[in-house]
Design a protein around this ligand. Structure first.
Ligand SMILES: [Zn+2]
Length: 75
């Protein structure tokens, strides 16, 4: 079983499908059992999606704040 520390380290590769062997399964197993890591991965996924847009579009500070609010919003 992966620890929460392992999951936070591996989360980026997990989202990018950059894992091999049984690791993705171990990740999934941990995420099913651990709500904290589930939230972490979810937020990281949103951040990864939003940040390139933020850089590309040169958004204003108000837009950035709206995005941050979206990221922090509860599920
Ligand atoms: Zn965890």
């Amino acid at each position: 079983m992966l620890s929460c520390k392992d999951v936070t380290h591996l989360a980026s590769d997990y989202i990018d499908n950059n894992m091999s062997g049984t690791l993705p399964w171990k990740m999934r197993l941990h995420l099913v059992a651990c709500r904290c890591c589930r939230r972490f991965v979810k937020h990281l996924r949103i951040t990864k999606k939003v940040v390139p847009q933020f850089v590309d579009n040169n958004l204003s500070e108000a837009d950035a704040e709206a995005i941050l609010k979206k990221i922090k919003a509860p599920d």
